[in-house]
Design a protein around this ligand. Structure first.
Ligand code: G
Ligand code: MN
Length: 275
């Protein structure tokens, strides 16, 4: 019989947990930034900050592995607040038309105290909250919808945008989700993979785009990797996109160079961008 100590996945999780218990957040965590592109102007309009962990013991650990464990052991708030402060500091140097998107954990929004802490960090940063979008993932919202709603309202009052991240991947009640005061939705890359040849994905994105338009929510499509996917999205009238096709997440010191070039991988200008 296989005991937990022989299960490689459980062993890995336990190693991550141990390493997180003694992590030096400031030293081991960093941020990378992925551009969000407006297909109408072909310009970068924002960067999404993404957390990276380079563990002294384990090397690079991807967010999908460390975030759930950081949430479980109660480290996530400390991590989010530290990284948010850092992201705001970096973004303060950007041109004023460039926004920042930052991922919060639902745990950050499930307590009034933590939400207030986040509000204070934003206020103390001197970064215009209207240039900030906070992203919250769909999958976990329903666990404490009332508290999350409270936090979203609080962030909106401050002037921030609030984006529903990974839309379509959870099993949330649609009406309950859309009753929250989101200002944007982000369509998960699961629906974008092969959208040019998969009629089901195409129809799903088509209806999500229509839904966002009806709800007057801005819509951002994540995970565009190929020219064919991009063209399918353009034909659906999508405006805002992110993905490896344009740029991988980059280190903050590369941002100025990227904005100067701002060539959008050349290919976008050839595509028939709808205006
Ligand atoms: O949950 P969220 O959608 O914020 O996750 C973003 C993650 O997806 C980041 O870790 C980022 O590196 C990754 N990512 C960004 N663009 C692409 C892409 O085009 N393809 C794939 N496979 N991953 C991407
Ligand atoms: Mn995100």
């Amino acid at each position: 019989m296989l005991t937990p100590s022989h299960n490689p996945q459980l062993i890995r999780q336990s190693k991550i947990e141990q390493a997180l218990h003694q992590v030096d957040i400031e030293q081991e965590f960093s941020l990378v930034f992925q551009p969000v592109i407006d297909l109408r102007s072909r310009r970068t309009v924002a960067f999404e900050a993404l957390a990276r962990w380079s563990s002294l013991e384990l090397g690079d650990v991807p967010p999908c592995q460390f975030i759930p464990i950081a949430e479980r052991i109660g480290l996530i708030n400390r991590l989010s607040t530290h990284l948010l402060g850092k992201a705001l500091m970096i973004a303060a140097d950007w041109p004023p038309h460039i926004s920042l998107s930052f991922n919060l954990s639902t745990h950050d929004c499930a307590s009034d105290e933590v939400a207030e802490q986040i509000v204070s960090i934003i206020q103390e940063s001197n970064f215009d909250p209207r240039r900030l979008d906070l992203e919250i993932t769909e999958t976990a919202i329903m666990q404490d919808v009332v508290k999350v709603q409270h936090s979203i309202d609080r962030f909106c009052r401050l002037g921030c945008g609030v984006a529903l991240d990974d839309f379509g991947t959870g099993y949330s009640s649609l009406s309950q989700l859309l009753s929250l005061a989101f200002t944007k939705i982000k369509i998960d890359r699961a629906f974008v993979i092969g959208i040019d040849e998969n009629p089901v994905s195409y129809k799903i994105v088509k209806s999500l785009v229509a839904l966002s338009r009806d709800m007057q929510l801005e819509c951002i499509v994540e995970g565009v990797e190929t020219r064919e996917e991009l063209e399918a999205l353009i034909s659906l009238g999508c405006f805002f996109v992110q993905g490896y096709y344009f740029a991988r997440p980059m280190c903050h010191s590369d941002i100025n160079g990227w904005l100067k070039e701002n060539s959008m991988a050349g290919d976008v200008s050839e595509a028939s961008v709808k205006r």
